[in-house]
Ligand binder design. Structure first.
Ligand code: GDP
Ligand code: IMO
Ligand code: MG
Length: 436
């Protein structure tokens, strides 16, 4: 659609710009180390969108949605699936374990025409999972703490041009041969790690994947371009979080994909001009699963209390999450990296009952105060500002009804991270959300 913008001057109105007013795809992105509550917000917003798209990651993700006390855990299927009207797309940037996807699909009836899978998305096969686990063991005390789902090896093969796109299920003879060739070429590496893949059962597995998945596999880039032209509303759902980004996170303690908003273009085929509003999802405190630097981690009673009150145990692996205070330096960095228009502040209720709440406003590195994120994040010491706590924010649905200290906390966070907070979540439930 063309949009003509006019301006009045002393001779009357004149045309100053003719621009294309195309539909944009809005984006949800994790701002910390994952598990911020992306699933809840995508599910909530999905009611206003026609299409929800996952653009990176794999079944390392665990997105929890709670509706009327019923809990759903999604790993690969986009979090729009619980809205019966939304079409859900697994984009080309996602790595797909066919076994995990088929199992996840079983909990939903009739996904035909409600779920589409990009034919360019790469598959995670058995050897990827075994390689991930074996390499983690070899790393010993320097292990990343991966989810053991084969994510790193699958992305490595994709970048190394040895991967297997899911669209290849359309031609099983060719795919089977390619997998067997790959296993033969990599035999020395696999054998050195005690990985032995039974090649005689590959064909049967591939036939099963084809039977279950082929009807969902399409060219999703083309589908999305058409949808944009038709004015359809699209929501892009990030997995993991900014601090786990392969380039901009706490390398090497990261995941293997581009988790930031820029990754959405690569992982869908949309271009940067197709992206509309970018909403960063951020917890009112901080958590991390796996190893790597986490400056505001709390090892004592406060950390334990955050874990208990926030029920901070991984959706995918069940591991206890490391807990700590809100790191405004990291969030400001992440907001800038992603180009966030606004933030959704999650799990405010978890801070109920704390006498004092700390926020990291700067770091001390080698005796000097800094206000940016250095590469040597493991060496920094956080500088804290303390806020008075509050008692009851759980379940509040109206900003004015929040305790005064909670309102003050939110307003100060906005200033520290230089980004507007436009959504506040006060319980896992879809309805317990404040829009401001
Ligand atoms: P995601 O990976 O970003 O989708 O987040 P997860 O689902 O892994 O982890 C977030 C957890 O917090 C889930 O168990 C949610 O049900 C829960 N949750 C989301 N929002 C809130 C909230 O405002 N308050 C509380 N107490 N829990 C929340
Ligand atoms: P969602 O989408 C939190 C972490 C792992 C590990 C590192 C690398 O639910 O927010 P990987 O298996 O990806 O190679 O592991 O990344 N990690 C996550 N942490 N939430 C996630 O996803 C994560 N996905 C991966 O714990 O530290
Ligand atoms: Mg999660």
């Amino acid at each position: 659609m063309l949009c003509i913008i006019t301006e009045k001057n002393r001779y009357g109105y004149c045309v100053i710009m003719i621009k294309e007013n195309r539909q944009k795809a809005d984006l949800i992105v994790g701002i910390q180390w994952g598990d911020e509550g992306k699933g809840k917000i995508v599910d909530l917003l999905a009611q206003n969108y026609d299409i929800v798209v996952r653009y990176q990651g794999g079944h390392n993700a665990g997105h929890t949605i709670v509706i009327d006390n019923k809990k759903y855990a999604l790993h690969l299927i986009p979090s729009g699936i619980l809205n019966p009207k939304a079409i859900n797309i697994i984009g080309n940037g996602v790595v797909i374990s066919p076994d995990a996807l088929i199992e996840e699909m079983e909990q939903f009836e009739n996904l035909e025409n409600r779920l589409f899978i990009s034919d360019s998305a790469h598959m995670i096969l058995e050897h990827h999972i075994l390689l991930d686990q074996a390499k983690e063991k070899l790393r010993g005390k320097n292990a990343i703490g991966t989810t053991g789902r084969g994510i790193g090896p699958a992305y490595s093969d994709k970048v190394g041009r040895n991967g297997f796109r899911i669209g290849k299920l359309r031609n099983l003879d060719q795919l089977e041969n390619e997998i067997i060739d790959y296993l033969q070429q990599n035999r020395p590496i696999l054998e050195s790690l005690n990985i032995d893949i039974e090649t005689s059962s590959i064909r049967k597995k591939l036939e099963f994947y084809k039977e279950k998945l082929e009807k969902y596999i399409i060219n999703t880039t083309h589908y999305l371009w058409k949808a944009i032209e038709e004015g359809k509303k699209i929501l892009l759902e990030g997995a993991q979080g900014t601090m786990l980004d392969i380039d901009h996170g706490t390398y090497p303690y990261v995941t293997s994909s581009s988790t930031i908003s820029a990754g959405a273009c690569i992982g869908t085929g949309l271009n940067p001009k197709d992206i509309g509003t970018i909403t960063g999802i951020v917890k009112a405190y901080a958590t991390r699963v796996g190893n790597g630097p986490f400056p505001t981690e709390e090892f004592g009673e406060d950390g334990e209390k955050l874990r208990e009150q926030g029920f901070e145990f991984g959706t995918t692996t069940g591991r206890p999450r490391r807990c700590g205070w809100f790191d405004a330096v990291a969030v400001k960095y992440a907001s800038r990296l992603n180009g966030c228009d606004n933030l959704a502040l999650m799990k405010l209720d978890v801070l109920d009952g704390f006498e004092k709440i700390k926020v990291c406003t700067g770091y001390r590195l080698n005796g000097k105060e800094i206000d940016y994120l250095p590469n040597e994040l493991e060496k920094v010491e956080p500088i804290y500002r303390e806020f008075p706590g509050w008692d009851k924010s759980k379940g509040v649905r109206n900003f004015e009804e929040l305790p005064e200290n909670a309102k003050n906390y939110i307003r100060e966070l906005e200033k520290l991270v230089e980004t507007k907070i436009s959504l506040i979540s006060t319980s896992p439930d879809r309805e317990d959300t404040i829009r401001i």
